[in-house]
Design a protein around this ligand. Structure first.
Ligand SMILES: Nc1ncnc2c1ncn2[C@@H]1O[C@H](COP(=O)(O)OP(=O)(O)OP(=O)(O)O)[C@@H](O)[C@H]1O
Ligand SMILES: [Mg+2]
Length: 296
């Protein structure tokens, strides 16, 4: 892994996959049935057959967009997908995985961001993509990378927004044609803020929803199972599905991140539990929801 100043501009991190320490995220996220298979299939199609498919009139762009509210598992699932896809294609060779910092290209910097994006997509990514047979690029908050030109506010210079979004589109098109085994995974909270021409290049757009009660209960169970791995006394709480359902009832409308934090907050309701988390009880979980007992 390379980090810090040695990284090219705009690249947050760079890894070779598959790697053991990237196992986890894929299984941590609870999704509707079929979603993970659809995602993995799309990724493998690009990585394994991108070169052949690039000869088609309607060539794939190797672009997946995960959209949805904050804290619904988009980034975590994208990271997990990178590892899972890299594992599946490992017999054909390793995968270079890089995460882009979308804030490295502020659209208000006259011409500067257009040059930086062009350098990233024309030089940096192609150079990295030569190193290994497969490449996966994660762009979080893609709405700041491919700003919707139709919605660009007058505060930013519209000409610059146009130029930098044009540079993104041209770069993606060039990579799709010349380096068809590069896969872009992108996430956004604001689908409407992402440029329409960018979205129309996506091979798959998945919209995440806030978790329903059953999903919330699964997240609670998963968090407790993890805790029971650290404090085996908690195995009983982790197995109590009736409790998970009861707590989940009180968390309607919460996002997944908040549900994860609920379990942490439960550990901090009482001093003796904070000192010895093995003493966590059902009431601590109920108390952490902030809804008084009997009110829900
Ligand atoms: N469906 C889910 N199942 C299990 N855990 C979840 C789920 N959704 C979110 N989480 C948990 O919430 C936390 C935040 O997830 P993540 O950062 O991937 O969300 P995000 O959608 O990328 O959010 P943002 O839009 O704010 O960047 C993680 O710890 C993750 O495990
Ligand atoms: Mg995210």
């Amino acid at each position: 892994m390379v980090n810090g100043p040695a990284l090219p501009k705009g690249v947050l991190s760079l890894h070779a996959l598959p790697a053991d320490h990237h196992e986890g995220p894929w299984d941590h996220i609870v999704t509707p049935p079929g979603l993970k298979e659809r995602l993995l299939s799309q990724a493998l199609l690009t990585l394994l057959h991108g070169r052949r498919l690039a000869t088609l009139a309607g060539l794939p762009h190797g672009l997946i967009v995960l959209a949805g509210p904050p804290g619904t598992g988009k980034t975590t699932l994208a990271r997990g997908l990178a590892q899972r896809a890299a594992l599946a294609v490992a017999p054909e060779g390793a995968t270079t995985y890089l995460e882009i910092d979308p804030h490295a290209f502020p659209s208000e910097l006259l011409g500067e961001s257009q040059r930086a994006i062009t350098r990233l997509l024309r030089d940096t990514i192609p150079e990295l993509a030569m190193r290994r047979p497969h490449t996966i690029v994660l762009i979080d908050e893609v709405e700041s990378f491919a700003v919707a030109r139709s919605a660009a506010s007058m505060e930013t210079n519209p000409v610059d927004v146009h130029r930098s979004t044009d540079a993104v589109l041209a770069g993606i098109d060039a990579i799709a044609a010349e380096l068809p085994r590069v896969l872009f995974l992108t996430t956004t909270n604001f689908l409407t803020g992402v440029d329409e021409a960018f979205l129309s290049r996506a091979d798959l757009v998945i919209t995440f929803e806030l978790p329903d009660t059953a999903t919330i209960a699964s997240i609670i169970r998963h968090s407790l199972v993890e805790l029971a791995g650290l404090w085996p006394e908690l195995a009983k709480l982790a197995a109590d599905e009736e409790l998970h359902a009861r707590v989940a009832e009180r968390c309607a409308g919460w996002d997944g991140r908040r549900v994860r934090k609920l379990v942490l907050a439960a550990l901090a309701q009482r001093l003796d539990v904070a000192m010895d988390p093995g003493r966590l009880e059902a009431d601590d979980l109920m108390a952490a929801t902030g809804v008084p007992a009997g009110a829900a």
